[in-house]
Design a protein around this ligand. Structure first.
Ligand code: ATP
Ligand code: MG
Length: 747
């Protein structure tokens, strides 16, 4: 054996360390396709990561030849990190990302073949809805006959099935024909503005495979190894895309769990697991049965729950983590008391020396986060809400991005409409309405329609001045920012836009929070590093705008250090925590009302409960409230059927304790007020204790800021790149700034 072989053997052994025999078998498959079909916490994601490392380390596969699909960008980042730490190699050539992210990369590189403008813009679902709303209004369709949301759902579902308007046969159904027409009109708008929505990313890149054989054969040649995590949640188009890319040469490696299929409502098809066997034969199916995550109690409870589903591939899961504590079941009076109970339990747990970020509060619907946020804020416990309104989805951020987009692409009608009169500059609804009609009639963008109207004198008087002012502003922005680095470019654009002054007029805290967010956008720009391929074809600003749009569509965001984690059950997929609270277990809320009548959807809800329970490593709490204020109504619920489906032997009911503000005897439901709430909804982590500021500053220190002048450091929160620092400026008052960007000079 030569030295080279010896090294390889050792590395192979090291890579297989910490894997059980079936896991190792999966990792080292060399023949045909592999399907790892296994329950929660059995190491599927771990196997996938080790497989990539194993391919590179022992099979001589170049990172360049591997493409791995994950559920979120965050998961992709973690996967890269784990591979890099396993191998200590450069993983830059490796393509790891979501289907959307990967499709985006492809389209950036092949914009011409994909028939897109080079600087096409990605729109998130919020932008898409605006466009659709406008379209319906233009066509004088009133919302009672067709809502923007249902047309949006229709269009996205068709795209997810791979269908263009031309592929849809409405037969003699006038409604189907109308929907098809609207889909067509929507496409025309996107084409004119160079806009690409999420579903379009994938549809376009699949069409790229089908219509550009040379591109397809290039990637078939390149990606000999395709790996997919959370395979049970792929939709028809994603499956077709994979199949096209794989051809008959690539080796596929997919991992999934039919019991965790939770995106059927969005077009995911768990049947893809069954098709896989036929479409990619020969397939080796590996089953993993040992769960490494949870205690036996949690696992048995979850297994019992999911056994109530009829259509399952079936599996046995066991754990050798011991029985652990029973699952706690808590019946609260209402959502306020539920939150109080949960937060007190977290406090006790933290007092025992545990990390906050190992505690997660999970719920069915975003609106439930509010009561928890309030309770956490009262106790000054830092927390982080995943999903909900993400940074890049906040109104003020989208306003600033709209200006940035217009500097990159004046034809972006959605952005034009968003800010044409924001801040107010005297461009009224009538003027915009006329512009729109003009644009429609001449097939122009709104921007060009405005130029046209000004040139022809069709616009006059005050309206003309206002529109001219807006166009000049865009022009100035473009000229004054073009040669600057991204953060300067963002800062300058925000300054010129007048957004800061506009928000300063809002009631104090709200406006201040918005202005802070705008500053954070500048910071986001300063930390942004685009993927090489994307930047190459785009330039920094457009790459950043694409990143912002893609991020806005994510289910999970960056983790903030040491904060209690709040998220919907959907967002919790793939994650794990020591302590988990599954809240709002009430009929009508979870399972969701809409699913109760339909067996298929009810089963999907049950899988969601299974996903939730199996996130817990050591402690699991199930909570429900006897009454709940949600969306403005008070609902009196009964406990979810899912609670009854967990065997009683695993459950310990928690009684409200005396002396802690809770009551031992119950009043009849309904006689108790539901407790007030304020409107303060900030989702930022709030650190109770000021810490050391990075860069040698300390609380109480006098500092100098370029714009705000002299001030004193009042406090700090967070650390690293996200550290924020509060300074009381003599002239400008107290402000929160991003420490990394504030450029504070000690004096
Ligand atoms: P999910 O279905 O929730 O996505 P999964 O099957 O992908 O779960 P992983 O997240 O890969 O499971 O693994 C669950 C936990 O068990 C992780 O903390 C992982 O590091 C650990 N684990 C997996 N396999 C082993 C092993 N052989 N030895 C020790 N720990 C393991
Ligand atoms: Mg996983």
């Amino acid at each position: 054996m030569n030295q080279f072989q010896a090294t390889r053997t050792i590395d192979s052994a090291r890579l297989l360390e910490g894997l059980n025999p079936p896991q190792a078998e999966a990792v080292t498959q060399t023949e045909g396709a592999t399907l790892v079909l296994a329950g929660a916490g059995s190491g599927k994601t771990r196997v996938l990561v080790h497989r990539i490392a194993w391919l590179m380390e022992t099979q001589g596969v170049s990172p360049y030849g591997i493409l791995a699909v994950t559920f979120t960008n965050k998961a992709a980042g973690e996967m890269r990190g784990r591979i890099a730490s396993l191998l200590d190699v450069d993983v830059r050539g490796l393509w790891v990302g979501t289907f959307h992210g990967i499709a985006h990369r492809l389209l950036r590189q092949h914009w011409q073949e994909a028939n897109l403008p080079q600087d096409f813009q990605i729109i998130d679902s919020d932008d898409q809805k605006r466009i659709i709303k406008r379209l319906l209004k233009d066509q004088q369709i009133d919302a009672t006959s067709l809502t923007p949301a249902s047309l949006q759902g229709y269009i996205n579902a068709r795209k997810d099935e791979g269908l263009r308007p031309a592929n849809i046969d409405p037969g003699s159904d006038p409604i189907a024909a109308r929907l098809r027409e609207l889909y067509d009109a929507y496409e025309a708008i996107c084409r004119r503005g160079g806009l690409v929505d999420f579903a379009e990313l994938l549809l376009r890149s699949n069409e790229l495979w089908l219509q550009q054989p040379q591109v397809l054969s290039h990637y078939r040649e390149r990606f000999r190894h395709l790996l997919v995590d959370e395979f049970q949640d792929t939709n028809t188009l994603q499956y077709a895309w994979l199949r096209n890319l794989a051809g008959d040469r690539a080796t596929l490696f997919v991992v999934g769990d039919d019991d965790q299929a939770i995106y059927g409502w969005r077009g995911a098809r768990v049947e893809n697991i069954l098709r896989f066997d036929k479409d990619f034969a020969p397939v080796t199916t590996v089953r993993l049965e040992q769960n490494y995550r949870s205690t036996n109690t949690i696992l048995s409870a979850a297994n019992a729950l999911i056994s109530h589903n009829a259509e399952r591939l079936g599996k046995n899961l066991w754990s050798d983590q011991g029985d652990g504590d029973p699952i706690a079941l808590y019946a609260a009076y209402n959502e306020v008391e539920e939150a109080r109970y949960v937060v007190e339990a977290i406090e006790r747990w933290m007092a025992a020396g545990n990390r906050r970020d190992q505690a997660a509060i999970l719920y069915r619907s975003n609106a439930q986060s509010r009561a928890f946020e309030e309770a956490l804020m009262q106790r000054r416990i830092p927390y982080r809400v995943y999903g909900g309104t993400r940074f890049f989805e906040r109104a003020e951020i989208k306003d600033a991005l709209a200006y940035l987009r217009l500097t990159a692409n004046p034809a972006d009608d959605a952005s034009f409409e968003r800010v044409v009169n924001l801040p107010t500059r005297g461009i009224g609804a009538r003027t915009v309405e006329n512009l729109r009609a003009h644009a429609r009639a001449r097939q122009l963008s709104l921007h060009d329609a405005a130029l046209d109207q000004l040139a022809s004198g069709e616009l006059s008087g005050r309206a003309a001045n206002a529109v001219r002012g807006f166009l000049e502003l865009l022009d100035t922005m473009r000229r004054q920012t073009a040669d600057h680095l991204l953060p300067d470019r963002i800062e300058r654009t925000i300054q010129l836009s007048g957004l800061t002054d506009h928000y300063a007029k809002e009631p104090h805290e709200k406006g201040q929070a918005r202005i802070e967010n705008l500053q954070e956008l500048i910071t986001a720009g300063s930390y942004f590093t685009p993927e090489e391929e994307v930047e190459g074809s785009l330039g920094e600003l457009n790459a950043f705008l694409a990143h912002a749009a893609l991020e806005a569509g994510e289910e999970q965001g960056d983790a903030w250090d040491d904060c209690v984690q709040l998220m919907t059950l959907h967002s919790a997929k793939g994650l794990e925590f020591d302590l988990v609270f599954l809240c709002g277990l009430e009929e009508g809320l979870f399972p969701h009302q809409r699913s109760v009548e339909e067996p298929g959807r009810l089963q999907e809800e049950r899988r969601l409960a299974y996903v939730g329970m199996t996130r817990a490593r050591q402690f699991l709490y199930l909570c429900y409230a006897e009454s709940r204020r949600l969306h403005g109504d008070v609902i009196y619920g009964t406990p979810s059927r899912f609670v009854a489906e967990v065997p009683a032997e695993h459950i310990q009911e928690v009684r409200p304790r005396a002396g802690n503000g809770l009551e031992t005897t119950r009043r009849p439901s309904g006689s108790r007020p539901t407790g007030g709430r304020s409107d303060n909804r900030t989702a930022k982590p709030r650190s109770p204790v000021p810490q050391q500021v990075e860069g040698g500053l300390f609380v109480g220190q006098r500092v100098q800021h370029e714009k705000f002048g002299e001030g004193v450091v009042l406090g700090v929160e967070g650390d690293g790149a996200r550290q924020r620092i509060q300074v009381n400026f003599a002239a400008a008052g107290a402000k929160w700034l991003m420490a990394a960007y504030a450029n504070l000079r000690p004096i």
